[in-house]
Each structure stands twice: as structure tokens, then as C-alpha cells.
Design a protein. Structure first.
Ligand code: GDP
Ligand code: GDP
Length: 433
């Protein structure tokens, strides 16, 4: 069982927290007390929106002291911890009253905590009252979500936003996942040495577990025991059946390679070192990269090169495949087996970075620090961020306005460095808030 994501509701007494909790739950589960500050028994409730389950933590009972006045220094450690451990904080204020000194105290507390926060302007019961929310911008949490917890207005939009920042759903821990086998495809132009490498990889000391029929009649995936656990090698056609090398197979090998890459977690891109990087190799590399598959470049037939040629070749390869960023380039001889063992640690790193999943909290700390070090131009700002998906890591940034591409690349770099994501492609999506 994995823990559900949590949403903590904070705010001074009487702003309508428990009313909001009830609204979210859609039934009278929490107890609404007219008298503020009455300690409530239940603080954690299971909620659901659009199929996403989460735990709501109402910090109401903790925040108020017995008389229902001032939060002062008594803001309990409990509510602080609840906020710290939450994935999202809903900071509720009373739009009818505006931002009070107590609201400022709560704001200070929330700001100290690196949890994505939504400002919720409650008691906006009618359109006419919508203007009062602008006063709340002074709290420094961006545009508030105007809602009426009592009448159920605006809460759907708020919930939509909440579920987008919840951490990605844990993949069901079913059988399939428990022994999920990573897929690797060996791609490259004809004659670069793919089948020789394949045979080497499944060779002597590494036992082939079994062949598994692929989706098409002639494609066969082979599972191999490696020091990284079992790896499924995805046939990129021609591994077994030697195709005639001509114009047509060049084309079809590209098509097949891309199809295999779609099913893969990592691609081994084999290049013939005696030929160097051709335009076709570049095209293939681009396509594989664009498919979101981390690439390990293998310079094969390395043993055929003289010392002189090796230096030049390496330099040329780095230049021509520069766009692949940090993809490792490994020099091997599939024929003699030289350096083929270097593939495993490279594969391990590629798989690890590919399936990295970073807690929302940490993503936001990195984004915040990056923005502090170098703010976006023209008042642009990422309000919060979340990793929406893995394989490859995909981040969603919620921003107050369009951000220039150069700035997005800067943020991407910050994330990549902070989380050691190596050569995996990273996707960044921006949503306006
Ligand atoms: P809490 O102390 O923050 O949990 O606040 P409650 O949920 O107990 O609400 C305090 C008071 O505000 C109650 O009398 C609620 O009925 C009222 N209230 C809550 N939400 C709204 C709303 O959207 N509009 C109006 N007009 N009153 C509300
Ligand atoms: P594929 O079409 O990419 O599967 O390439 P093959 O594995 O069939 O290899 C094409 C030719 O290159 C064969 O004659 C192999 O023996 C040869 N070859 C493959 N790897 C190496 C290597 O590391 N060194 C040398 N010298 N020849 C190799």
C-alpha cells in the first residue's frame, strides 16, 4: 500500500475551512462548529476528485487556541508538520473580511514551508463580491481561487488545479510492475554490428531466459539476465534474419528502429567507427531522442582504428552528436568483446535517470532557488511546479505569464543538475495560472 497524496487546509479560525472540507467531501463528514476554535476530532479525511484520491488534512482544530482568537506563537507544531508533509497546502482566507493580521501570520508560516500553496478566497458567494479578492494579492501567493464553500461555487476549478499538482499516481504494485523488465533496443544502420553485439550480449556467461513473441509475427524480444537484472532486448529486425542491404532496407531499418524505440526504455545507438557518424546516423539519433528515449552511443569496430584515427574519430563523433547532450559514448568491439562490459554501468545510469521520480516538494525547492538566483525577465514567475510523469521525466510549471525559452532551458538545467538526471530527455510543460 502506498500512502495517498495529502492536501492540508490551513487558515485562521472562521474562514470556512471545515465548510470547505465538507464541500470537497461532498457530504457532511467534518463537523462544522459555529463557535470557532472548537477542537475537532477528525482531521484526516479521504477525498477524491476526478478519480484521484487524496487525504485532506484539516488543521483547523490545531490552529485556533481555545478562545478562538490570535494564532500568535501558538500555531502548533502539528499544523506546521501537516503542512510540511503535505503535497499541497490550501491557504483559506475570508474574502468578505480581507487579509487580516492573523492571515498575515498564517501567510508567514506557510511561506517558510516549501510546499506548493493555493490561496483560496472563500465566501465569494456571488459575482459581485469577486472584486474583493484583489485585496488578497498582498499575501503574496498569487491569484487566489475565488470560492464559496457554502454554495459550492468555484470549488471545481480549485479541485482541478489541486489534482494537477498532486504527485503522479503510484503505478499499481501488481505482478507486472513488481517484475517490470526494462526494454532496450539496439538501433543503427545496417552493417554497423548490431547483431554481432546482440549475440555478444546474450553470449556465454549471460543466460538467455526466454524468447517472448512480440506484437508482430517476426519480432521477438529476448530477455537476458544481466547484472542490472533482466533486460528485454527488443528486436529491431535483422538481428536474426539478415536482410539484404540496399536502399530499401536502410529505410525500413529506420522505421523498425523507431518502432522498437517506442517500446524501449533505453536505446543503444550503434555507430560504425570506421565510417564515422553519417547523416543517417544523425537523423536516427534525432528521432530516437525526440521519442524521449535515453541513448547510449556505441562506437563499434573500434579495434580497427589506429591511434591517430581514434582521436579524430572521437572528436568528430562528439561534434556530430553534440545535440544528444550528456549521452555517453562508449567505444567497443562487438567482434572481440572488448569493452562490451562497459555497457552495463551506462545502461544502469540511463535507466535510473529515465525513471527518476522526484517529490513535488523537492521540485519546488529547486525551482524556487533557481528563480531566486536568476529571476525570469519581466516579472515572470513560476508559482509552483510538479513532476507529472516519468519515462521520461516530465515537469509541469505553473507560471503567472509566458516564460522565454531560454529561461525554461535554464530551469530544465537546474532540475537536471539538482537531481542528477544525466542524459535522459526531460520534458517541460508550462501552464498559465
Ligand atoms: P473554520 O473555523 O475555518 O473551519 O470555519 P467554518 O467552516 O466553521 O465556517 C465559519 C463560518 O463561516 C460558518 O458560519 C460558515 O457557515 C461560514 N461560511 C463558510 N463558508 C462560507 C461561504 O462560502 N460563504 C458564507 N457566506 N459563509 C461561509
Ligand atoms: P548489423 O547489420 O548492424 O546487424 O551488423 P552485423 O552484426 O551483421 O555486422 C556487420 C559486419 O560487421 C559483420 O561482418 C561483422 O562481423 C562485422 N562486425 C561487427 N562488429 C564488429 C567489430 O567490432 N569489429 C569488426 N572488425 N567487425 C565487426
Amino acid at each position: 500500500m502506498t500512502a495517498l497524496p495529502t492536501v492540508a487546509i490551513v487558515g485562521r479560525p472562521n474562514v470556512g475551512k471545515s465548510t470547505l472540507v465538507n464541500r470537497i467531501l461532498g457530504r457532511q463528514e467534518a463537523i462544522v462548529e459555529e463557535r470557532p476554535g472548537v477542537t475537532r476530532d477528525r482531521k484526516e479525511l479521504s477525498a477524491e476528485w476526478q478519480g484521484r484520491e487524496f487525504t485532506l488534512i484539516d488543521t483547523g482544530g490545531w490552529m485556533a487556541d481555545q478562545d478562538g482568537d490570535a494564532l500568535d506563537a501558538k500555531v502548533s507544531r502539528q499544523s506546521e508538520r501537516a503542512m510540511q508533509e503535505a503535497d499541497v497546502v490550501l491557504f483559506v482566507v475570508d474574502a468578505k473580511v480581507g487579509a487580516t493580521a492573523d492571515d498575515q501570520l498564517v501567510a508567514d508560516l506557510v511561506r517558510r514551508i516549501d510546499t506548493p500553496t493555493f490561496l483560496v478566497a472563500n465566501k465569494v458567494d456571488s459575482e459581485q463580491q469577486a472584486h474583493v479578492i484583489w485585496d488578497l494579492l498582498t499575501l503574496g501567493f498569487g491569484d487566489p481561487f475565488p470560492v464559496s464553500a457554502l454554495h459550492g461555487v468555484g470549488t471545481a476549478d480549485m479541485l482541478d488545479a489541486i489534482v494537477t499538482v498532486l504527485p503522479p499516481e503510484e503505478i499499481e504494485e501488481d505482478e507486472d510492475d513488481a517484475d517490470r523488465i526494462f526494454g532496450v533496443s539496439i538501433v543503427g544502420r545496417p552493417n554497423v554490428g548490431k547483431s554481432t553485439l546482440f549475440n555478444r550480449l546474450i553470449g556465454d556467461e549471460r543466460a538467455v531466459v526466454h524468447d517472448r513473441p512480440g506484437t508482430t509475427r517476426d519480432a521477438i524480444d529476448t530477455i537476458v539476465e544481466t547484472e542490472n537484472g533482466p533486460i528485454r532486448f527488443i528486436d529491431t529486425a535483422g538481428m536474426r534474419r539478415k536482410a539484404k542491404v540496399d536502399e530499401e532496407t536502410e529505410y525500413y531499418s529506420l522505421v523498425r528502429a523507431l518502432r522498437a524505440v517506442d517500446k524501449s526504455d533505453v536505446a543503444f545507438l550503434v555507430i560504425d567507427a570506421t565510417v564515422g557518424v553519417t547523416a543517417q546516423d544523425q537523423r536516427l539519433a534525432e528521432r530516437v531522442d525526440a521519442a524521449g528515449c535515453p541513448i547510449v552511443v556505441l562506437l563499434n569496430k573500434w579495434e580497427l582504428l589506429s591511434a591517430e584515427e581514434r582521436k579524430d574519430t572521437m572528436r568528430a563523433v562528439e561534434r556530430k552528436l553534440h545535440f544528444l547532450g550528456e549521452s555517453p559514448i562508449i567505444r567497443i568491439s562487438a567482434l572481440t568483446g572488448k569493452s562490451v562490459n562497459k555497457l552495463w554501468p551506462a545502461l544502469h545510469d540511463a535507466l535510473a535517470s529515465y525513471s527518476t521520480r522526484i517529490p513535488t516538494r523537492k521540485v519546488n525547492v529547486v525551482i524556487r532557488n533557481a528563480q531566486a538566483a536568476q529571476p525570469a525577465p519581466a516579472g515572470g514567475r513560476v508559482l509552483y511546479a510538479t513532476q507529472g510523469a516519468t519515462d521520461p521525466p516530465t515537469f509541469t510549471l505553473f507560471a503567472n505569464k509566458e516564460l522565454p525559452r531560454t529561461y525554461l532551458r535554464y530551469l530544465e538545467r537546474s532540475l537536471r543538475e539538482a537531481f542528477d538526471m544525466g542524459n535522459t530527455p526531460i520534458k517541460i510543460r508550462v501552464r498559465r495560472r
